[in-house]
Design a protein around this ligand. Structure first.
Ligand SMILES: C[S@@+](CC[C@H](N)C(=O)[O-])C[C@H]1O[C@@H](n2cnc3c(N)ncnc32)[C@H](O)[C@@H]1O
Length: 306
């Protein structure tokens, strides 16, 4: 795999053990599954774990890593998948809903939700109670979202097709929890899909950062006082990660970053200094790197409205 020179120049400064990181991008990806707690009982979980030769993950009792070499296609074609007992989802992608900690009977917004990997986990964590509003701008991706919500038996989800930027004014201080799993340059998925590199440029990164800043303002406005907003991306670019959080904190002095504790995963602290920002609290954000965890790269920040 040939990485753009500017990519290497940027990230060798911030990604620890950079040679190890580069080597890890060549490795075959592990497959992770999530057993659907809305459908599976204890016995089903044990049977699935045995049948698919799974290893449990420590941060969520329904999350597993497949020990054997399979591909996403073969697991996606099983009866358990078809019936909504399992969802194939990268380990890192399960973390934002876990950090959000949605509770039973809460009102939760998933602002950019399709195809629903995180929405369906949020719904399961809420045990099918309360309200989850799953929004996405892209009508084609909403079809996949609808399919996944049906398959997983999520009854507490309402789907909307709006520009995410509108929620802050339409639903001002309405939600207990908001997830913004933002559209991004997807650099963290290059170990899964090299084509991400075809449109990689710093221009594109900056373009995404502008969209993310508008979305995070809307997400924060739609959040109740004392509510929690989780911002996540699957990219390494500081402009799209800590830079967006710094922008929010400059705009709202009632936004504070909370610590994130997640067991069994090696996380790195957020970057505190880059072109355009210098803020010590940003180290409370977490970066999940593929070479330390055999998963996609992710950035997660937990914000409280005080
Ligand atoms: C990273 S993906 C979300 C993945 C999803 N959270 C999941 O885990 O399955 C980002 C999504 O944002 C949507 N999107 C992009 N711009 C948007 C906007 N302005 N308002 C709402 N959704 C938007 C895209 O269509 C895409 O589905």
């Amino acid at each position: 795999m040939k990485l753009p020179e500017r990519f290497i120049f940027r990230y060798q400064k911030i990604i620890p053990d950079f040679d190890f990181f580069l080597k890890s991008l060549e490795k075959k990806l592990k497959i992770y599954i999530r057993v659907n707690s809305l459908k599976a009982n204890k016995k089903d979980i044990e049977e699935i774990a045995e049948k698919y030769d799974c290893e449990p993950l420590s941060f969520y009792p329904y999350a597993f890593k497949l020990k054997s070499e399979r591909d996403e296609f073969s697991i996606g074609n099983t009866l358990e998948h078809f019936l909504g007992y399992i969802y194939v989802q990268d380990m890192a992608s399960m973390i934002p809903p876990i950090v959000l900690e949605p509770k039973k009977y809460e009102k939760v917004l998933d602002l950019t939700a399709a195809p629903g990997s995180k929405t369906t986990l949020i719904s399961a964590l809420m045990e099918n109670t309360g309200l989850v509003v799953a929004n996405d701008i892209n009508i084609d991706r909403l079809k996949a979202l609808t399919g996944n919500i049906d398959r997983m038996g999520c009854l507490n989800v309402v789907i909307t097709n709006l520009h995410g930027e509108r929620f802050g004014n339409l639903f001002f201080e309405y939600f207990d929890k908001v997830l913004l799993d933002a559209p991004c340059s997807s650099e963290g998925t290059i170990n899964k899909n090299y084509e991400v590199l075809n449109h990689w440029s710093e221009f594109y990164i900056n373009k995404m950062a502008k969209i993310q800043k508008n979305l995070i303002v809307s997400a924060f406005k739609s959040l109740k006082k004392e509510g929690i907003l989780v911002y996540s991306t699957c990219t390494f670019a500081p402009e799209e990660n800590e830079g967006v959080i710094d922008f929010l904190l400059n705009k709202y002095d009632n936004a504070i970053i909370e610590e994130i504790n997640i067991s069994g995963i090696k996380t790195c602290p957020g970057i505190t200094e880059w072109e355009g920002f210098n803020r010590n609290e940003l180290k409370k954000c977490i970066r999940i790197y593929p070479h330390y965890n055999e998963c996609e790269g992710f950035f997660i920040c937990k914000i409280k409205k005080v």
